[in-house]
Ligand binder design. Structure first.
Ligand SMILES: Nc1ncnc2c1ncn2[C@@H]1O[C@H](COP(=O)(O)OP(=O)(O)O)[C@@H](O)[C@H]1O
Ligand SMILES: [Mg+2]
Length: 410
């Protein structure tokens, strides 16, 4: 691949979406502003709200499919709900077929990724609706695949460069593994197939229905703790002095490889290892990105968890809970405040997972170290994600947590 990665902030949103659509259809998209009916051998997409800031890519000739897909792709309240309402109304009105705004038209060929996706779900013709996120290093479209009537056939995650294709392949491996040893009361997507073409990887996943959520804070917390515990498979846990663990060694290696900016974090890890590295912790599998958008808790029956790109094993028990608590706090307060109060917010939950009171600061520090390492490795700052500036939020919290963890121990 040439030029900047598509997730980079230097690549305009419009170029990014054109590049992905072109690769999915194995042909060059033509940008049209104004009315132009699609030819029979082409597919036309409407970009909403505009060509310069596209958040949705909707099939112009399949309004029912677009309307059905939108409800699922745009979950959440507040401004999202307003945007969803407007977009669904546009789709239902039939306006998409004669959309006066930005559209992309691509030729339809049997060699395209889309044609191969159709094979993967045993359909002759399918319709893609895509939601696009803001620029970040791991920016990647997620497409909902339906038939023309709007029946959901699959979700497709699209890796398009080195980082995102690696993540998508990793998710495929994790889901195959989880299919072999299912988690208690947690449902995950099934892999229906993988389509590869050049540097594009499209992972085809079975669609999962969101369950009825638990009512009230206490029940919600209980179910979340059960989900975290189930992912940290009780039969795959082991206790070990953490300083000698593969996890700690991996952190040290990754930080050393991340350059000068990683030096403060590397020193904090070293300090924590020197002072408390001999203490035993429980190691277990984790989801790796259990933010509130990646889990739907269930009042009864299995909860649903997707987005397994960061799954790994052998990490300190509790990291998924910390990650969930941090990312949900960041929805309502500035990252620096959310990170600073992480240990106190998660303490009771961590203890109910089986951590001792003196594990709490230690494991919180290890979670912040993992996060800082990931953001540095992914070069999130260069991709334009504000969270990439770890010095402004995660690093201060890490410093405080390490200091307190060391003092507590003396
Ligand atoms: N298999 C699936 N079934 C139902 N919805 C899904 C599925 N996979 C993804 N989604 C929806 O698409 C969204 C984005 O998918 P996700 O895997 O989280 O991608 P990303 O890595 O971009 O966060 C999810 O939050 C969810 O709403
Ligand atoms: Mg996600």
């Amino acid at each position: 691949m040439t030029g900047a990665p598509l997730g980079s902030q230097t690549v305009s949103a419009q170029r990014r979406v054109e590049a992905v659509v072109r690769r999915l259809h194995a042909g060059a998209p033509l940008v049209h502003d104004g009315r132009s009916a699609a030819e029979e051998s082409t597919v036309r997409y409407v970009l909403l709200p505009s060509a310069s800031r596209p958040r949705l890519v909707l099939p112009a000739e399949a309004p029912r499919a677009a309307a059905a897909a939108l409800g699922r792709l745009l979950q959440g309240g507040g401004r999202r709900r307003v945007f969803r309402g407007a977009a669904v109304a546009v789709a239902r009105s039939g306006l998409l077929g004669r959309w006066p705004g930005a559209t992309l038209t691509v030729p339809q060929t049997s060699r395209s990724v889309v044609a191969r996706l159709a094979d993967a779900v045993d359909e002759t013709e399918l319709v893609l609706t895509m939601r696009l996120g803001p620029p970040r290093a791991n920016w990647k479209p997620v497409a909902q695949v339906t038939d023309r009537a709007g029946r959901v056939l699959a979700f497709v995650k699209i890796g398009h460069d080195e980082l995102t294709s690696t993540l998508v392949r990793h998710e495929s491996d994790a889901l195959h593994l989880l299919a072999e040893r299912p988690l208690a009361d947690v449902r995950v997507p099934e892999v229906r197939g993988t389509v590869q073409q050049d540097d594009l990887v499209a992972l085809v996943l079975s669609p999962l229905e969101a369950p009825e959520p638990p009512a009230g804070d206490a029940a919600t917390r209980r179910v979340l703790l059960d989900v975290v515990s189930a992912i940290a498979a009780p039969d795959r846990r082991a206790r070990q002095p953490w300083g000698a663990s593969a996890f700690a060694g991996g952190l040290a290696r990754r930080l050393a490889a991340a350059g000068a900016r990683a030096l403060p974090a590397a020193q904090l890890l070293r300090r924590l290892m020197d002072e408390r590295g001999g203490e035993e912790l429980t190691f277990a599998p984790w989801h790796g990105d259990l933010n509130p958008g990646n889990v739907r808790l269930a009042a009864r029956g299995p909860s649903v968890v997707w987005d397994w790109e960061r799954y790994s094993e052998g990490v300190p028990l509790g990291l998924d809970l910390l990650h969930h608590d941090l990312t949900s706090a960041m929805d309502v307060q500035p990252p620096v405040a959310a990170a600073a109060s992480l240990a106190s917010r998660s303490r009771a939950g961590l203890e109910s997972l089986g951590l001792t009171s003196s594990d709490v600061l230690l494991v919180t520090a290890l979670h912040l170290l993992e996060l800082v390492t990931r953001y540095l490795e992914d070069r999130q700052d260069q991709a334009g994600s504000p969270l990439g500036r770890i010095e402004e939020w995660a690093l201060p919290a890490l410093e405080t947590t390490v200091r307190e963890a060391v003092e507590e121990h003396r």
